[in-house]
Design a protein around this ligand. Structure first.
Ligand code: AP5
Length: 204
């Protein structure tokens, strides 16, 4: 199974991807996670990507396409989270593989700023949570690790990421609609309800 998870920053792609990957045994390929790992390790790619990620801009297509091609070259079943993000990237995907389904997490933009500025990520196990779920706790509920805020989850950078999404990524909805692969899911609900809908679509 080859799936693309589309959606604005904060729509819940990462949250749902973890559940989908466990339930359907598909590799979770998040370009955001791959880029952050490269930035943390100061690889050549990481050094180039950092200036874009810090500003909430997209990393150039050729760098991201090469990264994904290399990552999936021996994987048959995967879920793309945050990729493709431009028409150019989507065309590159069509050149190297056949996507089965595209799930678009549809959400009202007014919910996103609060979701993103309140997100916390465990520095040890990478579990994602939100300050509203922590009841004042400052440790990860999964492993007890230290919770961190992503460097790009501040108001100014989130605003830039949302603008970039509207201009460069939202056109992919039409692109995949034309290919008859797009399924829209209302992502403004509880994460468990969103997952139930995704599960029933992927079981078909
Ligand atoms: P990336 O890491 O992909 O970030 P993003 O698309 O901005 O998405 P997020 O991870 O912020 O949100 P999400 O939809 O995964 O939401 P989550 O589940 O965490 O990309 C970061 C940067 O890398 C980009 O800006 C760009 O620079 C670069 N990049 C990445 N891919 C690229 C590409 N293909 N091309 C070029 N550049 C690229 O949820 C968010 C919060 O909401 C959490 O706190 C969560 O607990 C909460 N939440 C989730 N679901 C619900 C729910 N149903 N109800 C209530 N709260 C919820």
């Amino acid at each position: 199974m080859k799936i693309v998870l589309l959606g604005a920053p904060g729509a819940g792609k990462g949250t749902q991807a973890v559940k989908i990957s466990a339930r359907f045994n598909v590799a979770h390929i998040s370009t955001g996670d791959l880029l952050r790992k490269n930035i943390k390790e100061s690889t050549e790619l990481g050094k180039k990507a950092k200036e874009y990620v810090d500003k909430g801009l997209l990393v150039p297509d050729e760098l991201v396409i090469a990264l994904v091609r290399e990552t999936v070259k021996e994987i048959d079943s995967f879920l793309f989270d945050g990729f493709p993000r431009t028409i150019e990237q989507a065309k590159a995907v069509d050149d190297f593989t056949e996507i089965d389904k595209v799930i678009n997490l549809d959400i009202n933009e007014s919910l996103l700023m609060e979701r993103l500025t309140g997100r916390r990520v465990c520095g040890d196990c990478a579990a994602v949570t939100h300050i509203t779920l922590l009841n004042g706790a400052d440790k990860c509920g999964v492993c007890g690790g230290r919770l961190l805020q992503r460097a790009d989850d501040n108001q100014a950078t989130v605003k830039s990421r949302l603008d970039v999404y509207v201009k460069q990524t939202a056109p992919l909805i039409e692109y995949y609609k034309k290919q008859n692969k797009l399924v829209n899911i209302d992502a403004g609900r509880e994460a468990a309800d969103v997952f139930k809908d995704i599960e029933s679509i992927l079981k078909q």
